[in-house]
Design a protein around this ligand. Structure first.
Ligand code: FAD
Length: 287
């Protein structure tokens, strides 16, 4: 399919990008790596009249440390996350997840900003950002603001982005040294979106779980934080009964779509299994 006609804009600064978006109104969309937006345009599921390409916008690239936070510019690609020494040592769960997103071609172009701003329940990074307690930096006609990832997602493709705003960076608190982590993703084949995904970040002390956060991918119209499931494992040694309890608590908040990836009951069932596997693998990595 061929997309509808559109005007192409290539601003060089956040200020200019915001000005264009605000002036051109809701017919204008930011363009990052294009690997979600362009396929939607080809299917005519998105028909923007103006594309505001962010690739020349200064300051949107790169991974840097700001005190106890890692700040990732919105236009940083999944490939750059995979190649980053800072991400490898501080936030290895991001590399584990980036490695199972699509294929190398998509990862060379697809950006962290596009992945988290899109609001697609199938995207892997949003649940990870919630699990890690990340915040999104937004800039718009009324200035800059920061919003917790856990408050950003309102429905499938509906987010807290206001008209004219762009997401400029993701800010992630560095997890405790020695934390355990795992991202478990069940997919039908290489390159597919998740049938069910679970992210776990935890700490262990004397064989017992100290702190724990669990995020879920593609098991609801938004990414989810499975708070009851995480609370169920704190203070335990993750014995089989506790793992089952955590899986049940996570399943209680899942409401996946019934689609080509399977009926609701199947997806909830495998969602529970992803939670148990992620908990076990995260615990085995904690020191
Ligand atoms: P774009 O496609 O350019 O933009 C996506 C949306 O976000 C658009 O609405 C755009 O206007 C908006 N946007 C982009 N940047 C910003 C910004 N800075 N501020 C505000 N709004 C912005 N993703 C996964 O997570 N897991 C997968 O398994 C997976 N499989 C895929 C398989 C295939 C074959 C393909 C083509 C894609 C797949 N993707 C998957 C999606 C891929 O990761 C996308 O690259 C990503 O979701 C969007 O990033 P992008 O940079 O390409 O954004």
């Amino acid at each position: 399919m061929i997309p509808g006609a559109f005007n192409y804009h290539r601003p060089a600064s956040v200020t200019d990008a915001v000005k264009l978006l605000s002036t051109l109104g809701e017919d204008a969309r930011p363009l990052a790596g294009g690997h979600s937006l362009v396929p939607m345009m080809k299917l005519r599921l998105a028909t923007p009249s103006h594309l505001i390409d962010l690739q020349d916008v200064a300051g949107l690239k790169g991974i840097r440390r700001e005190g106890d936070k890692v700040v990732i510019g919105a236009m940083t690609t999944q490939h750059e996350l995979l190649a980053s020494e800072e991400i490898r040592t501080t936030l290895p769960i991001l590399q584990e997840a980036a490695a199972v997103i699509a294929d190398p071609q998509v990862r060379y172009r697809g950006t962290i900003g596009g992945n988290v701003a899109n609001g697609d329940p199938g995207n892997d990074m949003p649940a990870l950002m919630m699990t890690l307690g990340a915040a999104y930096r937004l800039e718009g006609p009324n200035g800059a603001r920061e919003i917790a990832a856990s408050e950003f997602y309102q429905g499938a493709y509906f987010t807290a982005l206001e008209p004219g705003e762009i997401l400029t960076a993701v800010s992630i608190p560095a997890p405790a040294a020695g934390h355990g982590y795992a991202y478990e993703k069940l997919k039908r084949k290489v390159g597919d979106y998740a049938t069910a995904g679970a992210a776990v970040v935890l700490t262990m002390a004397a064989g017992k779980v100290g702190a724990c956060a669990i995020g879920l991918t593609n098991l609801h119209e938004t990414p989810l934080l499975a708070t009851d499931a995480a609370n169920a494992v704190i203070g335990t040694s993750l014995d089989p009964a506790t793992l089952e309890k955590a899986a049940s608590a996570a399943q209680a908040i899942m409401s996946p779509a019934s689609d080509a990836r399977g009926p609701v009951e199947y997806r909830k069932h495998v969602g529970g299994i992803m939670v148990m596997r992620a908990l076990q693998r995260a615990a085995s990595r904690a020191s």
